[in-house]
Design a protein around this ligand. Structure first.
Ligand code: PEP
Ligand code: MG
Length: 836
């Protein structure tokens, strides 16, 4: 038996109103009714009924005439399950006809009554009868008569006078609009299912026109950007929906605003609204914006919606609701989008300010900064020396650009994806960064960059919004970081909630300090190669690469050893006993060599070699596919002296740092392993170095040896590998690259097209691909634990800072994730959420 389509349920405190059947708006109105707020009589039409109405079944007249029993005017509003799913536009003033128009004219004046009637005829003609809007666009004297005549002419029948017929037509048109393809796409983009239901709410209208204080307005009690308490909104006197009555005047709400306010004009009304706001916050457990109407001094609350808010406000609101005991701390944790925290750690473009967007790219590192364009690392450094903030604009960055990046306030590249060099380094430094801005054409020689029809020169000012991926012309209005008490409180609650651990990827003392500040539980990945791009060290490194004999190589490594020892000592000191995982040298050697003639000549001079010699050697090191070539453990096995030196530096630093504090147990990690034998070979040598250092320093220490699982084979052979390892750390950047066979440095060029056409739901370098790469992680975890149940397992690729991927890691039984220091708070919140 089909449910009767005439279900229009009067919303009462005890009636059955269900969000799934009637939508969020109906449910929210019921809560307001329960609070005894002055809500006009409202009726909820269930989604089932709406579906039948869409199919053409009219609503029974007896049900509908009840709706008109009061003022005779009603509004119809959409009520989807989630507010963000939207819905057809509200229709106001349903029920007006010649008779009601006459009565209204007597009560509120002819002009006002005309305006209300005209506004309904217009919206009915345009949205329901689908007549040409141009024919109904007039207002003023005679407009009502014209509109009614025009309707009659076009439709061959007079404007419907029966309120029940009007309402039936409005309901049907709204029900059908919900099924339109545009509406469907819009709501699916907001996460709604394809067959999302729609409820409707029919509400008696309070008149906002007439004698005494009349009007409509909205009021909210917090600042939507900062989340601090502040009354904002407007009161529009003599304004009824879109209908502007005679003597219309807009007021501010509080006396703090510059201009006449409701608080001064009608203090009792203002006081009541504030009282309603406080009650709504407590009962609805949320910051609400209240929509109200005043009729001759009497308030009607017609709707309440959750205040739309920015990231900062979302944190402050959740924390203050929990502090006031309105929601438990766990719920406050669940209410904040982990991503939102990233906005708090950096400057942000003020969402209220105008934006002049000149280009778009991938939002590779959040935050915003304004500076002058520079095209080279050298120009960045001199700009920095002059104290002028600059933005490094490059086709893509290479390791030698690091110093330039340090000297810049933001980075913009034409190429690259989320794990390209520029992106990884910028996230580590906390610099706003956009990569893959393929609409740009950089002419480094002419020192110009073209973006569409605009050409910018070196020295021109731009703003990088790394949170949205937008490049803005000129200086935008920025909000400062918001590491305030609300943020700290939320982080403390996150720590109490538990969940998987969060460490930081930190290569420098500054990174380590940031990691501590955000309460990372250690360093999960120190990429030691990043320590060699320094101006002082690069020459020693190059000398080592060019060494002809093992003896010469030893000599140059001896120069690097004390620098590395000092690096590690600093990290151990800063981390004060927390675990520090140091990854042995990973990248291909040619990354340390110059690529242009100028650089080659300089190198020849430094090494006192003929240019041709240097060029030949550089060419010999060049690989067709360096990412799959002589890097990681392969280099460690071919040129073992490098790992020996690093192990020695780590152990000597361990001894030095342990003298000053608690004993340190360093964690050493081998990159890019694909076979157990690689681990055995490296382990034997490291054990030998450890024995030598123990002997020389006459002291004991232990260390933990771990393996990065970042080739598919390592994941499949995780059982064997675990036998020789104290811990495994999934390097999901390389694991993604190798599982897909997708270059992490080149994917940016087509990632947009791939995601756009739904080949990938998301950039797999950004959000872990659970079906493929995730499967390898699960297999790896399972095989490793089968072999060695207590083995520590972590994820240290960029995914370690991505909330969805963290939830997956939690389910996979990963012990901790490690991510860029500036993503530690995001990860801590995501970890807490997966534990709640
Ligand atoms: C990885 O591959 O996931 C990883 C952490 O190492 P890197 O990004 O340095 O290659
Ligand atoms: Mg890797």
């Amino acid at each position: 038996d089909m449910p009767h389509p005439s279900q229009a349920t009067l919303i009462t405190p005890s009636g059955r109103i269900d969000r799934a059947d009637h939508g969020w708006r109906a449910k929210c109105l019921q809560r307001l009714v329960r609070m005894d707020l002055p809500v006009p009589r409202s009726f909820a039409i269930s989604a089932d009924a709406v579906r039948m109405i869409a199919q053409g079944r009219p609503v029974a007249p007896d049900v509908l005439s009840e709706v008109f029993a009061g003022s005779g005017l009603v509004s119809v509003r959409p009520s989807a399950v989630m507010p963000e799913w939207g819905g057809p536009g509200t229709v106001l003033n349903v029920g007006i006809n010649d008779a009601l128009h006459g009565r209204l004219a007597a009560a509120i004046g002819r002009q006002n009554a005309d305006a209300v009637y005209l506004s309904f005829v217009q919206s009915y003609a345009i949205h329901i009868a689908r007549l040409d809007p141009d024919m109904f666009s007039q207002d003023g004297d005679g407009a009502l008569a014209d509109a009614l005549r025009c309707y009659h002419d076009e439709m061959d029948q007079p404007f419907p006078q029966d309120p029940v017929e009007q309402l039936n037509q409005v309901l049907r048109s709204m029900a059908r609009a919900w099924d339109g393809p545009t509406a469907r796409l819009l709501r699916q983009a907001k996460g709604a299912p394809a067959d999302a239901p729609l409820g409707l709410v029919v509400q008696e209208m309070a008149l906002a026109l007439g004698p005494g204080i009349c009007g409509s307005g909205t009021i909210q009690f917090i600042d939507p950007v900062t989340g601090t308490p502040r009354v904002t909104g407007r009161f529009r006197g003599q304004r009824h929906g879109a209908t502007i009555g005679t003597g219309a005047e807009t007021l501010y709400l509080t006396r703090d605003d510059r201009g006449p306010s409701l608080e001064e004009t009608a203090p009792e009304i203002f006081a009541d609204l504030v009282r309603f706001g406080i009650a709504a916050r407590e009962r609805l457990r949320e910051e609400m914006q209240i929509e109200f109407v005043v009729t001759g001094g009497r308030i009607s609350v017609i709707d309440a919606v959750r205040v739309t808010r920015g990231s900062r406000a979302s944190v402050r609101i959740a924390v203050s609701l929990a502090r006031d005991g309105i929601i438990p701390p766990e719920e406050a944790l669940m209410r904040v989008e982990p991503r939102a925290l990233a906005d708090l750690l950096h400057h942000q473009v003020d969402p209220r300010a105008p934006r002049d967007v000149i280009a778009r790219g991938i939002d590779a590192s959040p935050g915003a900064a304004t500076g002058r364009i520079v095209f080279t690392a050298a120009a960045a450094q001199s700009s920095h020396a002059r104290g002028e903030p600059c933005i490094l604009v490059r086709r893509e960055t290479i390791p030698e650009d690091i110093r330039g990046m340090h000297a810049s306030v933001a980075v913009l590249t034409e190429r690259g994806g989320t794990t390209s060099h520029a992106a990884v380094i910028a996230r580590g430094l906390g610099l706003p960064c956009i990569v893959g801005a393929s609409g740009l054409t950089i002419d480094a020689r002419a020192r110009t960059v073209r973006a569409g029809s605009r050409t910018l020169r070196e020295g021109d000012e731009i703003t990088i919004d790394g949170s949205s991926g937008e490049v803005l012309a000129g200086a935008a209005v920025l909000l400062p970081p918001a590491l305030d008490d609300a943020f700290t409180q939320l982080m403390d609650w996150a720590a109490e909630a538990g969940g998987l651990g969060v460490r930081a990827n930190a290569d420098t003392p500054e990174d380590a300090e940031t990691a501590r500040r955000f309460q990372a539980q250690g360093i999960g990945l120190c990429r030691t190669e990043h320590m060699f791009f320094d101006a002082e060290r690069l020459p020693a490194m190059r000398e080592m690469i060019f060494a002809d004999t093992p003896e010469d190589r030893r000599l140059s490594l001896d120069r690097i050893l004390p620098m590395q020892r000092q690096d590690f000592t600093r990290l151990f000191e800063i981390m004060a006993g927390l675990p520090v995982t140091i990854r042995l040298f990973d990248p291909p050697l040619h990354e340390f060599l110059p690529h242009d003639r100028e650089g080659l000549r300089e190198l020849a001079e430094l090494l006192d070699l003929p240019l041709s010699d240097v060029t030949r050697r550089v060419e010999a090191l060049t690989e067709f596919n360096p990412m799959l070539g002589m890097r990681g453990v392969r280099l460690g096995i071919t040129v073992p002296e490098i790992y020996d030196m690093q192990a020695r530096a780590i152990f000597e630093a361990t001894v030095d740092a342990s003298l000053k504090g608690d004993p340190i147990v360093p964690e050493i990690m081998i990159p890019l392993v694909s076979a157990m034998r690689e681990v055995e070979l490296v382990k034997t040598r490291i054990d030998a170095v450890a024995a030598a250092v123990r002997n020389e320093r006459r002291t004991d220490f232990t260390y933990r040896l771990g393996v990065m699982v970042e080739t598919p084979r390592a994941a499949l052979r995780a059982g064997d590998i675990a036998a020789h390892s104290a811990f495994l750390s999934f390097g999901t950047n390389d694991l993604t690259q190798m599982t897909y066979g997708l270059s992490r440095d080149d994917a940016g060029r087509f990632m947009g097209a791939y995601v756009g056409q739904g080949v990938y739901a998301e950039d797999p370098f950004h959000v872990l691909d659970q079906d493929g790469v995730g499967e390898l992680v699960l297999i790896g975890v399972q095989r490793a634990r089968q072999q060695k149940p207590g083995i520590t397992i972590s994820v240290c690729g960029e995914h370690g800072g991505n909330p969805e991927s963290i939830a997956f890691c939690h389910q996979a039984g990963v012990d901790y994730v490690s991510c860029s220091p500036f993503r530690v708070p995001v990860a801590r919140l995501a970890a807490a959420q997966s534990a709640i």
